[in-house]
Design a protein around this ligand. Structure first.
Ligand code: SF4
Ligand code: SF4
Length: 287
């Protein structure tokens, strides 16, 4: 059977990536090209289902002839451009960004970041004591479904975009405050239960640091029983209605401990409603 392309074919653009000639579809970003070529680029605020925000600056690369480093997540490839991903300028910038982030934010549940800190020789202690061990904001535990721990928030705006016009269109959360006091908040800093939140959990799906987490995960981490190496992930179809959303069930010890959704699903792009995201307790007959 002949495959029918769902998109118009795109012209290929040629450029130089770390000294190699590379061709990518027109409109691809430097990050897309790096991933296709197997070149590792650290990212935090980049979301594969969201418009780039350029907030964290950890993915910067050097573009020949450009005065400043460019964020790989949003810089589109131009024909003939020359990009270097691992030079001294790039490494120094990433090191500093990681030091500033890790000295001000608890990154203890951020995937990959410990490896990047080692790789770039970052020393967050140059800017003060480890944020993970410093007394900071208390986690907001005001409902049975999910916890907001803004001591782990890097202000990447992904949750705000997912809740707002990029996906959910609920606009329950926004950025409040200025400078060091800025934080993600619901209106009037109310408990989540008094807000417009509909508990879709789409903000948790995109949060890169664990600042937003399932209550089940939060409780298990507190009890020392959370063990990702002992978890399986199974993608299945949500049984609540006829839309057919895909759920990824994270199971540890025969219990569903959290629910995600595949980002490459062409209908839902990783988004769910409250039933698909949190309606799993009955499987274990929990309260
Ligand atoms: S759970 Fe859904 S509605 Fe509530 S804050 Fe997150 S994205 Fe917005
Ligand atoms: S709570 Fe998570 S997704 Fe939202 S801004 Fe903070 S780190 Fe980003």
């Amino acid at each position: 059977m002949t495959a029918i392309p769902l998109q118009l074919p795109r012209r290929l653009v040629e450029f130089t990536l770390d000294g190699r000639q590379v061709r990518v579809p027109e409109g691809a970003t430097v990050l897309d090209a790096c991933r296709a070529e197997g070149t590792e680029i650290p990212t935090l605020c980049h979301g594969d289902t969201l418009t780039p925000k350029n907030a964290c600056r950890v993915c910067v690369v050097e573009v020949e002839g450009a005065r400043t480093l460019a964020p790989a997540c949003s810089r589109r490839v131009d024909p003939g451009m020359e990009v270097r991903t691992g030079g001294a300028r790039v490494r120094h910038s990433r090191k500093l960004v990681l030091e500033l982030l890790a000295s001000s934010t608890d990154l203890s549940t951020t995937p990959h970041v410990a490896g990047w800190i080692r790789e770039y020789g970052a020393r967050p202690d140059r800017f003060g004591p480890d944020a993970a061990t410093r007394a900071g904001q208390e986690p907001k535990v005001d409902n049975e479904l999910y916890v907001r721990d803004y001591g782990k928030c890097i202000m990447c705006y992904k949750c705000v975009d997912a809740c707002g016009d990029q996906w959910q269109n609920t606009f329950a959360i926004a950025v409040a405050g200025r400078g060091f006091d800025n934080t993600v908040s619901v209106e009037h800093d109310a408990p989540l239960t008094d807000s417009a939140c509909v508990y879709c959990g789409n903000c948790i799906e995109v949060c890169p640091t664990g600042a937003l987490s399932f209550k089940s995960e939060f409780d298990m981490r507190a009890a020392g029983t959370w063990d990702e190496s002992a978890q399986t992930r199974t993608t299945t179809i949500c049984a609540y209605c006829g839309v057919g959303c895909n759920l990824t069930l994270h199971v540890q010890g025969d219990e569903i401990v959290k629910v995600g959704s595949p980002h490459d699903n062409p209908v839902t792009h990783g988004n769910l409603c409250v039933k698909g995201r949190f309606g799993f307790q009955h499987v274990q007959n929990r309260e």
